[in-house]
Design a protein around this ligand. Structure first.
Ligand SMILES: Cc1cc2nc3c(=O)[nH]c(=O)nc-3n(C[C@H](O)[C@H](O)[C@H](O)COP(=O)(O)OP(=O)(O)OC[C@H]3O[C@@H](n4cnc5c(N)ncnc54)[C@H](O)[C@@H]3O)c2cc1C
Length: 469
């Protein structure tokens, strides 16, 4: 029964587990969902509708805790794409009315008008303040094989509590693990000793005092960087420096008036005008290497691959370098990760930001999300790894398919469909139109592209491009 070569101890463990097995029949346990964001709560809705027992473990103090971090940002996909169909059915049965399908909600509206009421439906099946620190299988480390698929999952919380589950739907997102400033993917020297802000701060609201009158450095070449820069440029007496790895900002500027998406072109054109006028100082070929706090502020030093250094001293740093999934909680599980994106290998070619924007990602489900570890599925934005092409709507189809598979309904699980027009959901035109209608600044207008990104020369870009970067 030993999986290894030096078996006595292992064999004894295995024997005692076999004796114990009937008492811990995995099938009788709940499905544990990690994270009460849009994907996790949609999974809960599907589990509820199929009558499968479940428990949602949410690290934060509220449903949508990560969305709350960007609550001031207006999304660019309207409500009609942001509500899971099953969640809608359950909510409507309780007297809830869906918001205007064409409206682009802020993150805060997404919580107040959808996620919070949805979580409320599940009452104490959503446990707040419950941070998962590790997942394994009862009695099985990653190496041990025999009978593995029948062993319940063991989920450890950061307070030491341990729970058992028949399956795990990991919807813990990637917002809490942003990419680092360091150009090679490792933290820049000293990065952990200074304060680095997330992309898309609330420049006109809660964070105004952090930035107004300060010299701000924005690092990154995606649309989050562009939008952050355009917002900062509206603050008076606020010097702005923008640092990118590429040799020029052509990719961020887009095609201007000739751009296939006029609003995206307009965003780039506005940014270019600020750079050309000197309102924003652009540093190209900037490979962040070292960060030191000095009496004058924070010195940020770039060292390019040839060893050439340049430096800038600023008061605040905004890192808009994207996100990466944290798979460490699942390190005792058998994961098959794409070496580039950190999604499953089967999903990677479908979401590759060099080939796809969010509007061109094909429908996918349980088959593309399965790992060699039976019963463990990462879903939602975490499933995309470092690809910035995720949309809530694709996450809802993922969880529908995964839950159908857990219910044994393989026909439904494999019948994956996605009704996302290539334009209309990713188009920033909607955000621009609504901005004009209600006079609100959209956080990431232009953030999602409805056409694939142009292929960029490796080494000439900062982070991946795509939707939300
Ligand atoms: C600024 C911004 C704008 C966006 N705009 C759009 C848009 O317009 N349209 C669109 O479709 N998509 C948009 N997205 C992309 C995506 O839809 C959202 O990021 C969405 O919130 C992802 O949902 P999720 O449930 O997968 O993850 P999250 O919303 O990140 O939820 C993950 C949850 O898991 C919890 N968690 C994390 N770790 C643990 C742990 N160890 N234990 C327990 N709980 C944990 C977190 O607290 C969080 O509540 C946007 C993203 C950003 C950042």
């Amino acid at each position: 029964m030993s999986d290894g070569c030096c078996g006595t101890t292992t064999s004894l463990e295995a024997t005692s587990l076999q004796v114990e097995q009937p008492a811990i029949e995995a099938g009788a346990l709940p499905v544990v969902v990690i994270g009460a964001g849009p994907a996790g709560l949609a999974a809960a809705a599907h589990l509820a509708e199929r009558g499968l027992d479940f428990l949602v473990l949410e690290a934060g103090a509220q449903a949508g805790a990560s969305v709350a971090q960007w609550g001031h940002v207006r999304v660019f996909s309207p409500w009609k794409y942001n509500i899971d169909a099953t969640a809608r059915r359950l909510l409507e049965a309780g007297g809830w009315s869906a918001p205007d399908p064409e409206w682009l909600p802020t993150g805060a509206e997404l919580i107040d008008d959808y996620l919070a009421p949805l979580a409320k439906l599940f009452a104490d099946k959503v446990r707040l303040g419950a941070r998962v620190s590790a997942i394994s299988r009862l009695g099985y480390d990653r190496v041990r094989t025999g009978g593995r698929e029948h062993a319940p999952f063991l989920i450890r919380l950061d307070d030491g509590t341990e729970l058992r589950a028949r399956a795990v739907i990991d919807a813990s997102g990637s917002y809490t693990s942003p990419n680092v400033l360091g150009a090679g993917g490792l933290p820049a020297h000293g990065e952990n000793e200074v304060v680095v802000d997330h992309a898309l701060p609330d420049v006109f609201g809660a964070d105004r005092d952090r930035y107004e009158g300060k010299h701000v450095l924005v690092v990154g070449a995606g649309h989050s960087a562009a939008t952050t820069l355009l917002a900062l440029a509206q603050l008076e007496n606020t010097p702005i420096t923008w640092a990118i790895r590429a040799g020029n900002a052509t990719r961020t500027y887009g095609g201007g008036a000739a751009d296939a998406l006029p609003a995206r072109g307009a965003l780039g054109t506005r940014l270019r005008a600020h750079v050309d006028s000197g309102r924003i100082r652009l540093l190209t070929g900037f490979f962040t290497h070292r960060v030191n706090a000095t009496g004058q502020g924070v010195e940020v030093v770039s060292r390019d691959p040839s060893g050439h250094e340049q430096a800038v001293t600023v008061d605040q740093i905004v890192s808009a370098t994207g996100y990466r999934p944290d798979h460490s909680i699942a390190s005792e599980l058998r994961l098959d990760l794409d070496p580039v994106l950190g999604s499953t290998r089967a999903l990677a070619p479908l979401i590759d930001p060099n080939q796809h924007s969010c509007g061109t990602v094909p429908a996918h489900g349980v088959d593309e999300l399965a790992h060699p570890e039976p019963g463990y599925y990462a879903v939602g934005v975490k499933s995309y790894g470092r690809a910035p092409t995720f949309l809530m709507a694709t996450g809802y189809e993922q969880v529908r398919s995964v839950v159908a598979a857990l219910a044994g309904d393989w026909d439904a699980a494999r019948d994956v469909q996605l009704d996302l027009p290539e334009t209309g959901v990713c188009s920033s035109n909607l955000a621009e139109a609504q901005e004009q209608r209600v006079g609100l600044a959209t956080g990431i207008s232009g953030g999602l592209l409805s056409t694939p990104l142009p292929l960029a020369t490796v080494g000439a870009t900062t982070g991946t491009g795509g939707c939300c970067g």
